[in-house]
Structures are given as C-alpha cells and as structure tokens.
Write a protein that binds this ligand. Structure first.
Ligand SMILES: Cc1cc2nc3c(=O)[nH]c(=O)nc-3n(C[C@H](O)[C@H](O)[C@H](O)COP(=O)(O)O)c2cc1C
Length: 214
C-alpha cells in the first residue's frame, strides 16, 4: 500500500446525515487530512437487485470475481472497491442485523466465492487480504449489547473479507436512536477520526475495537 490510500465507503443507512453517515464522514475527513482519497457510496441511491441464487457467478474457477448476469449498478460499485486499498462498511442494526439494503448488497458478493454445482459449500476465491477495512454499526441498544448479542458486526466483517479486506477497526455506536436528528458525541467523533487516520496509514497491524454511545 502506498502513501496515497484510496478508500471506498459503503453507507448502508437509509438516512443521509444520520448516525452512520455522520460517523463515516468523520472517518473519511480524517483520512483525507492524512492524504487519502476517499469516496462515499450510498446504497439507497443505487440500483441493486436481489441475488437470485442462479449461481452463474460462482461457477468459474480462479481468483477473479465471477460475472453476475444482472445488469445494475453492482458491478460498477465492485470495480470501484477493487481499485481501492481500503474500505468502510457501515450499517445501522435493524431487527438485530444489518439493514435490508446492506444485506442485499452483501448477498451479491457471492461472486467472490467459487461454488460450482456439485460442490456442497462455497470457497472464498481469494484468501489473501490485500485491503484493510473499518466496519461501523449503530443501534438503539447499548453498543455492547448490539455487538455481543447480534451478528451485525460479524456480517460486516464477513463482507469485508469477501471484498478482500482485513478488518482493522470496528466502531459500534449505541444509544443511537434517542432523537430524530441525533448528533454524534465527542468520543465517537474522536474514535471515528482515529480510525480514519489508521485507514490512511499503510498496513496497520492491530485491530482497534470500540463500543461507544452516540
Ligand atoms: C426498522 C428498524 C429496526 C430497528 N431495529 C433495531 C434493533 O433490533 N435493535 C436496536 O438496538 N435498534 C434498532 N433500530 C434502531 C436503529 O439501529 C437506529 O435508529 C440506527 O442505528 C440509527 O442509524 P442511522 O441514523 O444511520 O439511521 C431499528 C430501527 C428501525 C427503523
């Protein structure tokens, strides 16, 4: 990874200016201050169809992602991610997991697995993780409860892995639904900015894990 890190952030919240969006903005702003180039993609603005389980994309062998037969915005998003050094995946926790729009995106990552007919389980195409990732989640519940009792974070980490990224930081924001237009607190902002710096620096080795409140 060079000194000019390219970051693509995927926002899985329905609310522009909401908690997830704001935290991701802080991460990207601090990364940019360190010289990184960053782009944010709102899944709600994109045309993303459901994976239909046709498994066409999983039939080919090899490390390159399989070709999906659906013509929508997904392949352009994945091209962008593949050209990046780092990613941010963020989603509120709804009904104990990621949002529907984030889940729809994640199911379309089947193309990063090889799963020919006749094979009982998929195999991730690329074992090497050349990118780094930060995952962000938020909940009405206390952060620790959301983190420990649901699969929200593990799902986002699994998605990062499929996209070729090793998760180097997790930010889980609890008590994130007390006001209609809730601001993030100073601690959350600082943690977001620290993670942005970490993403912008090359090959961080340690996972930073935070639970905080909005
Ligand atoms: C449909 C729906 C389901 C939700 N389910 C949960 C839940 O299971 N647990 C929880 O702690 N918060 C839940 N919440 C609260 C959201 O997690 C919270 O509003 C969100 O993290 C705020 O992020 P945002 O500002 O980016 O939208 C839910 C909210 C909605 C609208």
């Amino acid at each position: 990874m060079g000194d000019h890190v390219r970051i693509t952030a995927i926002v899985g919240s329905y609310r522009k200016g909401g908690i997830i969006d704001t935290v991701i903005d802080e991460i990207l702003a601090s990364a940019r201050e360190e010289g990184a180039e960053a782009e944010k993609i709102y899944l709600i603005d994109k045309h993303i169809e459901f994976c239909t389980n046709c498994r066409t994309c999983t039939q080919q062998e090899g490390e390159s992602r399989g070709q999906c037969v659906i013509a929508d915005d997904m392949s352009a998003i994945l091209d962008k991610i593949e050209r990046s050094d780092a990613i941010v995946l963020g989603s509120p926790m709804n009904f104990g997991t990621v949002t529907a729009v984030m889940k729809r995106f994640i199911e379309r990552l089947a193309c990063f697995a090889c799963w020919p007919w006749g094979m009982s389980a998929p195999k991730v195409r690329k074992k090497r993780k050349e990118k780094v990732a930060v995952v962000v989640a938020s909940s009405a519940a206390p952060a620790l409860m959301g983190r420990l009792m649901t699969k929200t974070v593990s799902l986002l980490k699994e998605a990062s892995g499929l996209l070729g990224a090793r998760t180097i930081g997790v930010l889980f924001i609890g008590f994130a639904a007390t006001e209609q237009r809730q601001q993030i607190g100073e601690r959350t902002r600082k943690r977001a900015r620290r993670l942005g710096k970490k993403l912008a620096s090359s090959n961080p080795v340690q996972v930073t894990s935070h639970s905080s409140r909005a």
